[in-house]
Each structure stands twice: as structure tokens, then as C-alpha cells.
Design a protein around this ligand. Structure first.
Ligand SMILES: [Zn+2]
Length: 115
């Protein structure tokens, strides 16, 4: 089965969003431990940490977005951003590369790790 790829920025965004939900779930679980204030506080702190973490991740996406190369997707014509040597269009998942050497080759995320 072929691996499914998605744009890196979208991936990080999904991660940040799920972190917010995880944070709220942890805090919600804490409510069930009302008779044990220490356990409840622990859950609240953990939940808060997850939410703070997602804020940090969101901030990081913002930093990455400013550094990412903005291009117009040749497939759907919408503007998208490329991180690293190869990335995917945020709209249509068309593989894109900034390296002419890799043009026409099959999309492989491992290209990002090579020097
Ligand atoms: Zn596209």
C-alpha cells in the first residue's frame, strides 16, 4: 500500500490541533478526581501543558511559514508553501520540488534527509 503524504505545514497544524483536544480531554478526566485534589491538580497541569505546547507548535508553524518558499502549484494553480527539498501542495497534494535534480522523480520524503 502506498504511503499517504500530506503537506508538512498541514501535518504540523493537525498535530497542534490534536494537542489542544488532548489537553482538554486530560483536563476533563481530571474532573472525575474531584475527591482527590492532588490527582485533579495533576491532570489540570498536564492538560494545561498540552494546550501551552500546542500554542508553541502554532507559533513554530508561523515561523516556518515565513521561511517556507511560496510557489504557485502547477497542478491546481493555487499558492502553496514548500518546506525542505520536496513537499506537497496544500490543496491538491501534488508533489512539488525546489530541486531541479529531483524533478520528474517519484515523490519520496527521504529526499529531505539527504544532504
Ligand atoms: Zn495544488
Amino acid at each position: 500500500m502506498a504511503k499517504k503524504y500530506s503537506s508538512k505545514i498541514n501535518k504540523i497544524r493537525t498535530f497542534a490541533l490534536s494537542l489542544v483536544f488532548i489537553g482538554f480531554i486530560i483536563m476533563y478526566v481530571g474532573i472525575f478526581f474531584q475527591k482527590h485534589p492532588i490527582v485533579m491538580t495533576l491532570f489540570m497541569i498536564l492538560g494545561l501543558l498540552a494546550i501551552i505546547g500546542s500554542t508553541v507548535v502554532y507559533f513554530w508553524i508561523g515561523m516556518l511559514s515565513t521561511k517556507a518558499l511560496q510557489v504557485e502549484c502547477p497542478n491546481c494553480g493555487k499558492p502553496t508553501k514548500i518546506l525542505g527539498r520536496v513537499d506537497m501542495c496544500m490543496h491538491c497534494r501534488e508533489p512539488l520540488t525546489v530541486d531541479p535534480e529531483l524533478e520528474g522523480k517519484e515523490f519520496d520524503e527521504s529526499y529531505n534527509r539527504k544532504k
